[in-house]
Design a protein around this ligand. Structure first.
Ligand code: IVH
Length: 676
């Protein structure tokens, strides 16, 4: 055997054992034997570096840390599922499927693929010619983050597809998660090393995947399950979803052993009951089951409504509840001054985490639920949702229980509290004078989707604001090593890291900067729309309400918030200071693909188009710079109508909006639309 043959044989042997262990859950070797093989390959590759190939198991670990994550646009959007909780909602789903497919009543039952709903994070894996070339997080569904080096460390993810007959281009979708036992081990390790523990397996998995240093991810025992594909080219695929999952299994992916093909509503509900019983004994957390119409051609026919498929639904398990004591109600002051009453609870374990706080939303909510401090209360938590207090056990109310009253002045800065007659929330009128609002504004400014200053957490902001070291975001850029190092829990090394992160944040993008400003009602998506539309900050700052309203998706409330923000001299001053401190972004450059023939156009799709599915039509429009909205208004530029178009078409005609067909749409994306 030549050296190169020896290396190849070792690689195949090691990947076989990875597969046995992580995919089939049937290890053939002891850990020590596996380690011996691994070290043998490492030694061989060290001696003959020319033999190292990217799909070698040794190359799963040890890639260099990334400076930041790169955004990846998903070729087809990663959508979400509609949820059903009650059997009646599942029945309605089954009925819609029947109608959509025009199955004969009672004669034919629809066939479904029923699967566990993994409680982890969705990722996409792209294979070219059978080799893993990219892995990405779901992100907002259209754009995720490139986490290829991290995903390569998961030994349940094949670096090279097994078997044969795979498409030359294949995008596999699935879920990354942690087994419960691995989560316990990870947390006890964190504890031993004096690190923060994770609240649940899902958070631990998310945190582990979003590590800039893949060597950290490699120490976290993440697992993967495939549940579908995002696209494929260059080979025929099976006709059903369940056969597709079988095929993914043959190509080396873990697929849930609990999946099953069932028929009709009875089959669905039977599956739900069975998995519900087995839930606690599964090695990983699930929050429900997913039903998908099994026939892929039928899936295509059913299509999508807005962000979710018509051919699938998630049937969720009921939220978990527990009884505990309402110790107190305290007030939290948010970034916009909103006062939120927070329930302080006797710690209780519910839905996989220990809950000590729960939001009470606002004063009316507390009255409606008639909660008193000292009450025994029911606390509910579902999935990753914020825990809530359902109600009080008023029959068990102690004599000492007392009513809660909203304060009349801000508990933090003593400013007046105002509550508009038409609003449920009370707000502190202190603005940035209020330290609580200032802290939240700074945290927002530094947050991941804003300026992304890693290491600037709430404890630190607390000290910086309380010590009057930092008042505005611009002050962050004036911080020095000595000021930071003198703070509590701040060693010189972490101070240095923070300063580097602050320095790095100066290179940003217009949309991040706009979002970071924390303008009321301007979230990530609106910030992006504004950046695309105006291209420069000065143009945005100078825009009047009328110009703002021309931005797709910007309505009167958002426009007013922006105008209000820009009319406040203090805000403009901080912006100037930030620019003077060296915060820069590229201006003038539209983020739309060059030559987008639908740039700035708003389209509405209605009816079924002869060849394009909804989501394909949408993707085509977006690629040409256009936006798709679900309702027809005066702002709509084109309504694309297919057969059986309904009320949207009527509305378009009423408003005089141009109606086009699929052919015309396709022509438009290749040629500029006529001037109005
Ligand atoms: S199919 C078109 N199958 O649930 C939607 N999703 O709400 C395709 N999930 O982001 C999703 N288990 O992360 C599908 N067996 C399963 C799933 C599953 C968990 C997650 C997935 C997705 C979310 C949808």
């Amino acid at each position: 055997m030549t050296v190169s043959e020896h290396a190849r044989a070792l690689r195949a042997e090691i990947e076989k054992h990875n597969y046995q262990y992580y995919v089939l859950d049937a290890p053939l070797l002891s850990d020590a034997e596996y380690d011996r093989l691994f070290r043998e390959l490492q030694a061989l590759e060290a001696e003959h570096p020319q033999l190292v190939s990217s799909d070698s198991p040794t190359q799963r670990v040890g890639a260099a840390p990334l400076p930041e994550f790169v955004a990846v646009a998903h070729a087809t959007p990663m959508l979400s599922l509609n949820n059903a909780f009650a059997d009646a909602e599942v029945a309605a789903f089954d009925r819609r499927v029947h109608e959509g497919l025009a199955l004969d009543e009672g004669v034919d039952e629809a066939d479904y693929s029923a699967e566990p709903k993994f409680d982890g994070l969705a990722v996409s894996l792209t294979y070219e010619n059978g080799i893993l070339v990219r892995g990405a997080t779901r992100g907002d569904g259209s754009t995720g983050e490139d986490v290829t080096v991290n995903l390569r460390t998961l030994r349940s993810i094949p670096l090279r597809l097994q078997g044969s007959g795979w498409p030359t281009l294949l995008e596999v979708r699935g879920e990354v998660l942690l087994w419960r036992s691995d989560f316990e081990k990870l947390n006890s390790r964190q504890r031993e090393q004096g690190e923060k523990e994770f609240v649940n397996p899902r958070n631990a998995a998310a945190g582990s995947l979003r590590q800039l240093d893949p060597r950290v991810t490699a120490t976290r025992p993440l697992r993967f399950f495939a549940y579908g594909i995002g696209g494929a080219a260059g080979a025929g695929l099976p006709a059903t979803h369940s056969a597709l999952l079988d095929r993914l299994g043959e190509w080396g992916f873990p697929v849930a052993a609990e999946r099953r093909r069932v028929s009709g509503l009875g089959g669905l509900l039977g599956y739900y009951a069975e998995i519900g019983q087995r839930r606690a004994s599964l090695p990983y957390a699930i929050d429900g089951v997913v039903y998908k119409v099994d026939d892929l051609a039928a899936q295509e026919r059913l299509g999508f409504v807005s962000r979710a498929p018509r051919f699938a639904i998630a049937h969720k398990f009921p939220a978990e509840e527990a009884v505990t004591e309402l110790l107190d109600i305290s007030i939290q002051v948010g970034r916009t001054g909103a006062l939120t009453p927070v329930a302080r609870l006797l710690p209780v374990f519910v839905g996989g985490v220990t809950v000590t706080n729960a939001t009470l939303h606002n004063e009316d909510e507390i009255r409606r639920k008639d909660l008193r401090i000292g009450d025994r209360v029911i606390v509910r938590r579902a999935g990753d949702v914020i825990p809530e207090v359902v109600r009080a056990l008023s029959g068990q109310r102690p004599a000492t229980a007392r009513e809660f009253h909203m304060p009349t002045s801000c508990p933090v800065c003593a400013s007046h509290i105002v509550r508009n007659a038409d609003e449920a929330v009370a707000r502190c009128s202190g603005g940035l004078y209020c330290p609580a609002q200032r802290k939240q504004a700074l945290l927002h400014f530094a947050s991941r989707r804003a300026m992304d200053i890693e290491g600037l957490g709430d404890k630190l902001v607390e000290q910086l604001v309380d010590g009057a070291v930092v008042r505005t975001p611009a002050d962050l850029y004036r911080l020095g090593l000595s000021a930071l190092a003198s703070l509590e829990r701040m060693a010189e090394k972490s101070a240095g890291n923070l300063l580097a992160a602050i320095e790095q944040s100066k290179q940003t993008t217009l949309e991040r900067f706009i979002y970071a400003l924390g303008i009321r009602n301007v979230g990530v998506a609106t910030a992006r729309d504004l950046a695309r539309h105006f291209g420069s900050l000065d143009r945005l700052l100078a825009a009047d309400a009328g110009q703002l309203l021309q931005v797709p998706d910007v309505g009167p409330i958002v426009a007013q918030s922006i105008c209000q923000f820009c009319s406040e001299p203090h805000n403009l001053e901080v912006i100037e200071q930030l620019r003077a401190a060296g915060v820069v972004w590229r201006e003038g450059e539209a983020l739309l693909p060059a030559g987008g023939t639908l740039a700035g156009k708003l389209l509405v799709l209605t009816g079924s188009l002869p060849t394009l599915t909804r989501d394909v039509a949408k993707a085509i429009i977006e690629a040409a710079g256009g936006k798709v909205s679900s309702a027809v208004s005066k702002k709509t530029d084109f309504v694309v109508a297919g057969s059986e178009a309904g009320s949207k078409l009527d509305k378009a005609q009423l408003l005089g909006v141009t109606v086009i067909d699929e052919e015309r749409l396709l022509a438009l994306v290749n040629t500029p639309p006529p001037a109005p």
